[in-house]
Design a protein around this ligand. Structure first.
Ligand SMILES: [Zn+2]
Length: 219
């Protein structure tokens, strides 16, 4: 079995140990319902993006693991960071969706004053501080996984676009700020300080080292 497939298997097991469930967007009615309005701002929401709700991780498709085990592992590890953060903070989901989620408070206009319609302003793509913080931790995992698997740093440009563009509803449109944050993460990955970010990083690094050692032993 290829190293990348072994790593994917081991990360699936790790996800299970953390209480996460892996499902697939192609089979999920919920993801189809959520995906339709989101497809206007993120065209590849269903085909290339993973989404985590609570402890359930929705990956694009069942066949991804077989077709692209490396990408599958990186994506699953990233989402697992969100599961761990959700377990550590009951308000994680609400914070992640702030401030846009506050727009639903406009419903208060029905029983109360029409002034509550002002909450609708929250639906605009205001900078989303907590979403940015969560994704910074998620992309720290992505950057680390790529470094550990490939032995080289990934380019920042594609990640910067995720932070500043429509894929995460323009969560942090300050390009220089995002670049600075990602560069700092890369330095931490290169000198192993990233292992202090969360014990999950230690577990992931150990998996790759262990499977690499197993591969050497069996060849
Ligand atoms: Zn994420």
């Amino acid at each position: 079995m290829k190293l990348e497939t072994r790593v994917a298997d081991a990360i699936e097991k790790l996800a299970e140990d953390h209480g996460a469930t892996v499902k697939y967007k192609e089979d999920s009615l919920l993801m189809k319902i959520i995906g339709w309005p989101l497809s206007f701002i993120n065209k590849t929401f269903s085909s290339t993006f993973a989404t985590t709700i609570g402890k359930t991780i929705y990956l694009p498709s069942k066949t991804m693991k077989k077709r692209r085990p490396r990408n599958y592992s990186i994506m699953l590890a990233h989402e697992l960071m969100h599961v761990v953060d959700h377990k550590n903070d009951v308000m994680f989901g609400v914070k992640y969706l702030c401030p846009q989620v506050l727009g639903f408070l406009a419903l208060l206009a029905i029983p109360f004053s029409l002034f509550n319609l002002l909450w609708l302003l929250c639906f605009f793509p205001w900078p989303a501080y907590w979403r940015t913080k969560s994704e910074s931790r998620g992309y720290a995992v992505t950057i680390a996984m790529i470094y550990w698997l490939d032995g080289s740093q990934t380019k920042s440009e594609w990640m910067v676009k995720h932070f500043t563009g429509g894929n995460y509803y323009y969560m942090w449109p300050f390009e220089d700020d995002v670049k600075r944050d990602l560069d700092a993460i890369k330095v931490r990955v290169a000198n192993d300080d990233i292992l202090n970010l969360d014990p999950l990083l230690v577990e992931l690094k150990e998996i790759i080292a262990r499977e690499r050692a197993n591969e050497k032993r069996s060849s």
